[in-house]
Design a protein around this ligand. Sequence first.
Ligand SMILES: *[C@@H]1O[C@H](CO)[C@@H](O)[C@H](O)[C@H]1NC(C)=O
Ligand SMILES: *[C@@H]1O[C@H](CO)[C@@H](O)[C@H](O)[C@H]1NC(C)=O
Ligand SMILES: *[C@@H]1O[C@H](CO)[C@@H](O)[C@H](O)[C@H]1NC(C)=O
Ligand SMILES: *[C@@H]1O[C@H](CO)[C@@H](O)[C@H](O)[C@H]1NC(C)=O
Length: 457
Amino acid sequence: MRVPSSLLYPVLSLTIFGLCPSMTIGPKEGWQVYSSAQDADGRCICTVVAPEQNLCSRDAKTKQLRQLLEKVQNMSQSIEVLNLRTQRDFQYVMKMENQMKGLRTKFRQVEDERKSMISKNYQELKDKMDELKPLIPVLEQYKIDAALISQFKEEIKNLSVVLTGIQEELGAYDYDELYQRVLRLDTRLRSCMGKLTCGKLMKITGPVTIKTSGTRFGAWMTDPLASTRNNRVWYMDSYTNSKIVREYKTMEDFVAGVVSRTYSLPYKWEGTNHIVYNGSLYYNKYQSNIIVKYNFDLGTVLIQRALEFAGFHNMYPYTWGGFSDIDVMADEMGLWVVYATNQNAGNVVISQIDPDSLQVLNTWNTEYSKRNAGESFMICGTLYITNSHFSGAKVYYAYSTKTSTYEYIDIPFHNQYFHISMLDYNARDRALYAWNNGHQVIFNVTLFHVIKTDDDS
Ligand SMILES: *[C@@H]1O[C@H](CO)[C@@H](O)[C@H](O)[C@H]1NC(C)=O
Ligand SMILES: *[C@@H]1O[C@H](CO)[C@@H](O)[C@H](O)[C@H]1NC(C)=O
Ligand SMILES: *[C@@H]1O[C@H](CO)[C@@H](O)[C@H](O)[C@H]1NC(C)=O
Ligand SMILES: *[C@@H]1O[C@H](CO)[C@@H](O)[C@H](O)[C@H]1NC(C)=O
């Protein structure tokens, strides 16, 4: 089978560079477009082009080739995601680098005029400079990361070109070698993504108000494990005496108020700290410390289990009350529940739980009083706690489950409507979803890759 490279190449390269392919390739040339979509910027989200089954199914090499193509295309999609995610962080780092350079220059000037300076000021400046010093290797690492991404892009492009060539002359290449090359690239890309996508919370920007609806207290969310094309929104107004969940097909539908489905849960919920994870809702059953897993597609409760020793029904709520004792959350590492126990003197307890059995896998006891926590959310295995639900609230405390250590931090965010009753991280969107006094808002987060971690995961 021969396919003119001019047909294949544009599709591949266009996918890689995020433009959209022309749709002029007809089935009679042996190719078909399986799926194609555009996002708001006119970008091609996913385009799979493969030889038509009946033409090539008996040609094993063509099949192998098709798989390679698919893999390369998968990789280019990952690269796009990675690129988008890191761009934001990178801009932040670049700005910091400039500030640092400015400070350096200033420091040198000051040093020159040292004699005329009051020595206290001089010492302060010097201390500040010393504080900033460890950032230099971090900044360097960022530059290397960015270079790595563009190198990946180039390698993927090269591979596509090779594959195009093969398409013209089937058999002229060593498939095994080619396959190994793709595998190696894939492995490296995966570890690179793992490294780049996790980090320490540095900054919270926004919010953007998505909608104004409901009572002062409630919850809304998307599923962090859903694909970006499936962006269903779930909405659970009120913190008590309710069991109605509204589902919207897209964020646009949510804004427009177009409900696609309504679920009536078998048990009422309590609080506002529910989560949708991999197609199921995990929530705290009314007047109990039971966690319920309800599957939306099946419309049934898959499992429910008591969280041992966990206080409930305003025994250990967040500062605003509202039966917010038990907070189910998810991050890059999986599913977590944050609560408090008598055994831990009402301080925050973190447990990682199995999404299927709801069994506790591991538990960490912190020394932060749950009743003094405004809200909390988990990012990359670190729990971040805010100090209030009112204006002026900031992220105040961070507990790393990796090292079982805590630190006090100071990351402000804009509590635009003065009362936050829900704040949850969504790893897919790298954003915080919040319910702010009857407004549904989203914050972006900037994560700093932790370069020198002891386990380097
Ligand atoms: C490409 O990604 C899709 C969806 O994630 C997956 O089903 C498929 O197996 C991947 N293909 C290859 C060759 O890795
Ligand atoms: C891609 O191909 C070009 C030209 O053949 C070559 O110079 C370059 O080193 C290749 N890049 C990678 C990352 O393999
Ligand atoms: C999500 O659910 C699917 C089946 O519905 C399962 O195969 C997959 O392992 C789940 N993923 C996680 C991370 O739990
Ligand atoms: C978050 O960042 C993305 C990409 O930079 C941007 O499109 C989006 O509007 C931001 N959202 C918020 C809530 O700031």
